[in-house]
Design a protein around this ligand. Structure first.
Ligand code: SAM
Length: 290
């Protein structure tokens, strides 16, 4: 038996010593995972001086030890939180990030109250974007497209129960039948340049390489191919929104303009960083620079 309060404090200290970025939050969330409590319930139980039983304490120590070795929290719990959703995640799939929630918001604001919209999430990973669109837009039809054989199981598990149509293929080569049919295309493609290896151990060693590196000297080779496909997929006037690194804001805007998008606009995440760029498919028929 170990008091909840004592176990949590000791875990936070271990995680802090290991350099985990948010040791207190992670100690709380792992404890919630073990007990099945929400964070609010956990605090109440701590105030009442309640204990972990022996099996729970052993499980908690093991999880804290693995987190101290910088295994991502989401891989330990098997869950990732994104907007209103709890998604299945784990090794082989990119863990969804808070900045991508703002990218989705740009698309939702564009669709507004339009009923029956058609939307596609290119490079879906866990399917976070597609699942959010399917749950937050009324009467929409949503596609999710993912190439990785390791990630596609997560895409399906998170998206298919919501009615999302999942395609296991290259997002730059979708069926011609889908061209010019979409109101909204969103993508969080791989975009990290080859010389910008991520500092965080959790990202560098546990997110799939295929989810991180965008290829080409600027990391924008895959984003360029995916953006060109996005333009082909959109109906005239439809919107494309793409996530990118803060340092890529100017090159992403130039890339979308060069491909033929109009009204190219940069967007900030909730911390004020320029992390997404959108463009509209032209209304005129000679829009494609193919
Ligand atoms: C940065 S992750 C984004 C995942 C998810 N959309 C999110 O925001 O959490 C990029 C994803 O693109 C996938 N991917 C890379 N190249 C692809 C391609 N050519 N076609 C489709 N998916 C691709 C990777 O496997 C990875 O799942």
């Amino acid at each position: 038996m170990e008091q909840l309060n004592t176990a949590r404090r000791a875990a936070a200290a271990v995680l802090s010593d290991a350099g985990v970025p948010s040791p207190g939050v992670d100690a709380d969330l792992l404890l919630c995972f073990v007990t099945g409590d929400s964070r609010a319930e956990l605090k109440l139980r701590e105030l009442r001086g309640e204990n972990l039983d022996e099996a729970q304490y052993a499980q908690y120590l093991d999880l804290v030890d693995r987190r101290a070795r910088r295994i991502p929290l989401q891989h330990l719990t098997g869950e990732g939180h994104f907007r209103y959703l709890t998604l299945q995640v784990g090794p082989g799939v990119f863990s969804p990030r808070p900045e991508t929630e703002s990218v989705v918001q740009v698309g939702l604001d564009f669709i507004g109250s339009l009923q029956g919209s058609r939307c596609v999430d290119l490079c879906s990973g866990s399917g976070a974007i597609a699942a959010a669109l399917a749950t937050e837009l009324s009467a929409s039809t949503v596609w999710a497209v993912e190439l990785s054989a390791e990630a596609i199981g997560y895409t399906r598990a998170n998206c298919e129960p919501l009615g999302v149509r999942v395609l296991h293929q290259d997002a730059a080569q979708l069926p011609v039948a889908l061209h010019r049919t979409m109101d909204l295309v969103i993508s969080n493609p791989p975009y990290i340049p080859p010389n910008a290896i991520p500092r965080e151990v959790e990202v560098r060693e546990h997110d799939p390489q295929m989810a991180l590196y965008g290829l080409g000297s600027d990391g924008l080779r895959i984003p360029r191919e995916v953006s060109a496909e996005a333009l082909r997929l959109l109906r005239p006037g439809g919107m494309y929104v793409m996530e990118h690194a803060e340092v890529q804001a100017a090159s992403a805007a130039a890339m979308l303009a060069e491909l033929g998008f109009e009204a190219v606009t940069g967007h900030q995440d909730l911390t004020g960083r320029a992390r997404a760029t959108s463009g509209l498919a032209p209304l005129s028929s000679d829009r494609m620079k193919e």
